[in-house]
Each structure stands twice: as structure tokens, then as C-alpha cells.
Design a protein around this ligand. Structure first.
Ligand SMILES: Nc1ncnc2c1ncn2[C@@H]1O[C@H](COP(=O)(O)OP(=O)(O)OP(=O)(O)O)[C@@H](O)[C@H]1O
Ligand SMILES: [Mg+2]
Length: 243
């Protein structure tokens, strides 16, 4: 039985599914076929690594999975909802409730503190600041930033900003978190604590994590490793030593 078949048996319905997903960029006379009829499912509580060379389309894929961009053809379904069928307003609401996103560049709001950046998705949801403050503080502590909550992004290091972005993606307890190189700027110890956090949150809330990474050691510690190559995702056998 393949890893995917085993995960399906364990976890039931897919939390995220894409069907025949294609993305082609057109720049004048030049066409770049980045994704080519890609099929992929992810299940509750799964941690999946997506690897692939620079320019293979990993960020493009994450943006389509997160509804930040529209595919040339094919569908993305998350938590049973087909993203293409949602209006822009519905998509915004859905993303706020069901998805967390950690961008390759962190995209924090520069005029707000670390704590306010983490609170923001919940305030947008209409929750009271006081009610969500303990959860936001606890997450900042778990990413090792309890002593930096009042710093604005410009007053944080690159790795600290990335950790704020991770706390922000987790605060709403989304079904699925998409991360683009979340540990790219982190030293091995901090990268490991982020990995541990994903493991714990995944167990606590059955969150599905889809992480783009160049870090093979991190990739090997996930449940599945998929390589993006020629516009398709190919399951990579996990080395026994890393499993
Ligand atoms: N808006 C765009 N218009 C045209 N081509 C684009 C556009 N965005 C990305 N591309 C091209 O699509 C390909 C995939 O880009 P993408 O950013 O998804 O790669 P990646 O796998 O995330 O790379 P990296 O590891 O360097 O972050 C690249 O060849 C890139 O030049
Ligand atoms: Mg990228």
C-alpha cells in the first residue's frame, strides 16, 4: 500500500485535494507551463513536505492551494469546498477560517507589533482582542518570542519575523497550513523547535501542514515527501534513516 493509501485509510476524507491542476504563465510570446495536470490529496493531521529545484513551481502551487491565485485549469477543494466556486468575498472569509499561510517572504504588517500581527486574523474574524490575546501570547511563546511581542517587524531579525508569521498562521486553528520555506532563515535549533511545534499542533488539532522546503533533513521528518518535477508531484520514498 502506498503512503497516500495508508494515510487515506487512517484519516478518511481528504482535507485538501487538487484535480488536474495546471498553471501556465504567458509573458508575450513566451509560455511557461509550470504545473501540468497535477493531482494530489492531503489528509487530516498529515505533515507533507514539497521539495523541488528552484523555479520548479513550488510557490506557484502553494498560491493555488491557498486560493491566492487562480489556475489555468483544474480544481482545488479544501474541507469539501471547491475554491473556484467561491466569490472573492467568500474566498476571503474561507481563507481566514480554514487556511493558514506562511509566505516565502513573511508579509507582516510593518506598522503593527508582533503580537498585533498574530492577533490580526482573529480580529478580522470579528473576535474580541481580549478573548484571543492568551492564545496569541501562548503561540508567540511557543515559537520563542515571548520577549519580543511588542517589537515591530523592522525591530525583529529575519528568523524572528518568520516565527511571528508562523504564529499568525496557527492562531485561528485552521484545517490546513501552507508554508513556503518556513525555516529558510532559521538556525538548526530554532528550525527544530518549529518542526516540533508543527508536530504538536498537528496532533492537538489534526491540522494538515504542507511545507515547501529545501531542507532535506526537515523533509525527511514529515509523513510524506513529494517532489515537484516537470509540473507534477511525485512521491519520494523516505529514507529509512530519516523516517
Ligand atoms: N507571474 C509570473 N509570470 C511569469 N512567470 C512566472 C511568474 N511567477 C513565476 N513564474 C515562473 O514560474 C516558475 C515557477 O516559479 P515559482 O516561484 O513557483 O518557483 P519555486 O519552485 O517556488 O522556486 P524557488 O525555490 O526559487 O522559490 C519559474 O520559472 C518562474 O520564473
Ligand atoms: Mg518559491
Amino acid at each position: 500500500m502506498s503512503n497516500e493509501a495508508m494515510n487515506q485509510a487512517d484519516n478518511g476524507q481528504a482535507v485538501l485535494q487538487c484535480t488536474d491542476l495546471s498553471m501556465e504563465y504567458v509573458n508575450g510570446p513566451e509560455k511557461v507551463q509550470v504545473l501540468n495536470q497535477l493531482n494530489f490529496s492531503a489528509y487530516r493531521g498529515e505533515r507533507i513536505a514539497i521539495v523541488g529545484s528552484s523555479g520548479s513551481g513550488k510557490t506557484t502551487l502553494l498560491h493555488l492551494l491557498g486560493g491566492l491565485d487562480k489556475p489555468t485549469s483544474g480544481d482545488v477543494t479544501i474541507d469539501g469546498k471547491a475554491l473556484a466556486k467561491l466569490s472573492d468575498a467568500e474566498l476571503g472569509l474561507f481563507r481566514n477560517r480554514s487556511l493558514g499561510f506562511v509566505y516565502q517572504l513573511h508579509h507582516l504588517l510593518p506598522e503593527f507589533t508582533a503580537l498585533e500581527n498574530v492577533l490580526m486574523p482573529m480580529l478580522i474574524r470579528g473576535e474580541k482582542r481580549k478573548a484571543v490575546m492568551p492564545r496569541a501570547m501562548a503561540l508567540l511563546e511557543r515559537v520563542g518570542l515571548g520577549h519580543r511581542v511588542d517589537h515591530k517587524p523592522a525591530e525583529l531579525s529575519g528568523g524572528e519575523r518568520q516565527r511571528v508569521a508562523i504564529a499568525r498562521a496557527l492562531v485561528g486553528e485552521p484545517a490546513c497550513v501552507l508554508l513556503d520555506e518556513p525555516t529558510g532563515n532559521l538556525d538548526p535549533n530554532t528550525a527544530e523547535s518549529v518542526n516540533q511545534l508543527m508536530l504538536e499542533i498537528g496532533k492537538e488539532h489534526q491540522t494538515c501542514f504542507i511545507t515547501v522546503t529545501h531542507d532535506m533533513a526537515l523533509a525527511q521528518r514529515m509523513d510524506r515527501v513529494l517532489k515537484l518535477d516537470q509540473g507534477q508531484l511525485v512521491e519520494q520514498p523516505k529514507e529509512m534513516a530519516g523516517a
